[in-house]
Design a protein around this ligand. Sequence first.
Ligand code: NAD
Ligand code: IPM
Ligand code: MN
Length: 370
Amino acid sequence: MNEEAEMKIVVLPGDGVGPEVAAEAVKCLELLSRHCGLGLRFETHDFGGAAIDAVGSSLPESTLAACKGADAVLMGAVGGPRWDERAEMPEVGLLRLRRELGLFANLRPARVIPGLESLSPLRADLAEGADVLVVRELTGGIYFGERRVEGETASDLCLYSRAEIERIAHIAFRAARGRRRRVTSVDKANVMATSKLWRRTVAEVAEDYPDVTLDHLYVDAAAMALVTNPRRFDVILTENMFGDILSDELSVIGGSIGLLGSASVGAAGPGLFEPIHGSAPDIAGLDIANPSGAIASAAMMLEELGLAPMGHILSEALQKTLLAGCRTADFGGNARCSEFGETVRESLRRRLARYDAHLELVTMNRGCCG
Ligand code: NAD
Ligand code: IPM
Ligand code: MN
């Protein structure tokens, strides 16, 4: 592999279970890269609480520069009680990174894997077939509005422009075209001005996509519908805060928050790939976290890098591992985080060997037939 063909992946392990789950994802990527000659090169940088401890800032300038110069960024998680009382919490670094990289679209796919309905806290007949993509606006809304504290009064400004809503809506409609062609826009238009603008704008964007069905739900009703009738959803398009909350709810429909990966994209530069869960301080350091979300994020990263077949192979290996009954503690099992990761890699090796044998056969046949 020559220098030009290398792809730089910046790894930000972060805090709590972040380093544990990120390590398993990186090992899967290393295996794939070695086997298929992908030329992935990994570079780890300080981020989050760990970076506060090391250099006094959750997003050191050197880390930001490395991310900007990368082909993709793979993250674990940030935050924890240890930094909760600080004026600049580790979470600030994450928000700044998303903003600096222009990652306005956060894609969070969730589904109940056929055959694993029993992992869902929902009745199997409700959970069966659920397959939802949350398209969450990631660089606007209340997360980035002005914050004020005056004595015992505090405020957070929620602000959205038409342009910000339009660009995320286009992402959702385009995604729906590759799925079941249905977008549910979630807002609180019975109360909030930003939501009224959101609903109007999304309806206008929908006119460009006559082949996609659009409906609107208030966020409270959407939270209910997710657990009473998850199959009614295909793509959920929503603002930053609602997307954060609903995606945690959605993740457990498949069985655990540990399952969900995400891709944050938008600008022409590198995307950020991270599980949706946090640093899970209650289980950090025990090697019992579920690394599925981090591995799923790595698979999304491969797709985004133009390596979709490798992404599919990794997703398949992950699914196979779950279907084979490998269970971490969140599912009441006793597979360690590292064991689960190794089982995914064993499945990956088997798949790659089968793939190679198949390729060899194709090449041989070509040879025979001229
Ligand atoms: P959390 O997602 O860390 O944990 C919620 C619950 O889910 C905990 O019981 C935890 O043990 C469990 N859990 C989470 N990930 C798991 C995994 N991979 N396997 C098994 N169980 C898992 O949410 P929280 O407790 O609200 O937040 C903890 C810290 O993480 C906070 O500082 C928060 O700000 C931060 N956080 C960071 C991110 C991020 O980095 N993207 C996301 C969410 C929360
Ligand atoms: C997430 C997290 C973050 C968010 C926090 C840690 C800032 O909950 O990625 O879902 O709210 O976006
Ligand atoms: Mn969240």
